[in-house]
Design a protein around this ligand. Structure first.
Ligand SMILES: Cc1ncc(COP(=O)(O)O)c(C=O)c1O
Length: 361
């Protein structure tokens, strides 16, 4: 008799929810995933295509990603031995959570993958609430950490899905408290480009782990993230890392982009920051919509007079895809999240939003 596959599956996974991604039909204005809306110019695409055609895809990639390591080390001003690369920063979180022990602690609401990855590797996860205005108070940390086995304190700043950035002194204070309880602090700076303040090389943050991704500034399709950590930790993580996690195409494309295209991506980021402020003002002027001031490339907003799921559907039927995060955490009740798009996309979104919340007369 055939085996029932459910017999072999871990019990805790049987009813678990993974990270859900909605399929966006062709032509949808996609404002759900914090992507850069601009894309790369034709000249860069052509250059990348030429580079790709020269790769020997019959060979395994460079397991150490040396060229990429050197290019990133130059751009980010970090010794190359302190860089650990991953297939998106998600993969780095997976390796880090696999390699370490103790509890993963983070203020919530935040990036849902911290919880999902912690659970997937059977690590204890402890979320504790941010303040109702989504600010973070390090004073509340001692009580939380004192009851947990020393592990990792994770802080995302700017945070997802709130868009709120925590002041650097608060994060350093949090890292200090974490240290006292034997925890290491991981600062996730996925949205750093849209904020501009980093803990990389900051005094008082020498032992803090810093996570970055190339996704948000314009290269989500490449799947590339990196961790800046002490060299000993990078070597330990290398033990768990699958040998060829960075494929040849990603490595080559990233080197070209870092060496030749980085200033263009930075320009696009500046434009997205400008568009974010314009979008915020547009949203704030709509009755029934309360946007949260953001330092990232998206805006969380609370809706009144209509349920977020109904508004989500109304926007979807008008061809605009946003993210309904209202059931992700009690503090997110009544909220949706929209990514900053192009000027035209934002205009269409604002019109759809205005119509979506208007009372039928
Ligand atoms: C705070 C934060 N960290 C990490 C990631 C993952 O980025 P990626 O796996 O694309 O590098 C995201 C994606 O939404 C995020 O919001």
């Amino acid at each position: 008799m055939a085996h029932d596959p459910m017999e072999w599956i871990r019990d805790d996974l049987k009813n678990a929810r993974g990270y859900s991604v909605l399929h966006a039909p062709e032509g949808t204005i996609k404002l759900d995933a914090m992507e850069n809306p601009f894309g790369l110019p034709d000249s860069v695409r052509k250059r990348l295509a030429e580079e790709m055609s020269e790769l020997s895809l019959n060979r395994y990639p460079d397991a150490q990603a040396k060229d990429l390591r050197d290019a990133a080390s130059g751009i980010f001003g970090v010794p190359s031995g302190r860089l650990f690369f991953g297939n998106g920063s998600d993969e780095i979180l997976l390796n880090l959570f696999l390699a370490t022990k103790g509890t993963i602690v983070t203020p919530e609401p935040t990036f849902s993958m911290y919880r999902i990855i912690a659970k997937s590797v059977e690590r204890k996860f402890r979320g504790f609430p941010l303040n109702p205005d989504y600010s973070f108070d390090p004073d509340s940390l001692s009580t939380v950490l004192s009851g947990e086995k020393p592990g990792i304190l994770v802080l995302a700043s700017p945070n997802n899905p709130t868009g709120v950035a925590y002041p650097m002194e608060k994060m350093l204070q949090a890292a200090k408290i974490a240290r006292q309880f034997g925890f290491v602090t991981l600062l996730d700076e996925a949205y750093y480009p849209f904020h501009g303040e980093t803990s990389l090389n900051a005094p008082g943050a020498e032992d803090v782990l810093v996570l970055r991704t190339f996704s948000k500034m314009g290269l989500a399709g490449l799947r590339l993230g990196f961790l800046v950590a002490p060299e000993e930790l990078v070597s330990l993580l290398d033990v768990l890392r699958l040998p060829y996690n960075m494929d040849s195409m990603t490595q080559r494309a990233a080197v070209i982009l870092l060496k030749e295209v980085y200033p263009l991506l930075e320009k696009q980021v500046q434009e997205i920051r400008r568009l974010r402020e314009e979008l915020y003002s547009g949203m704030a002027s709509i009755d029934g919509i309360s946007p949260v001031a953001s330092r990232a490339n998206f805006i969380l907003f609370r809706v009144r007079g209509i349920s977020p799921s109904d508004l989500f559907l109304k926007l979807f039927h008008k061809g605009v895809l946003v993210r309904d995060v209202s059931d992700h955490h009690p503090l997110l009740e009544g909220t949706l999240r929209v990514t900053v798009g192009t000027e035209e996309e934002n205009r269409i979104f604002l019109n759809a939003l205005r119509e979506g919340v208007a009372r039928d007369t």
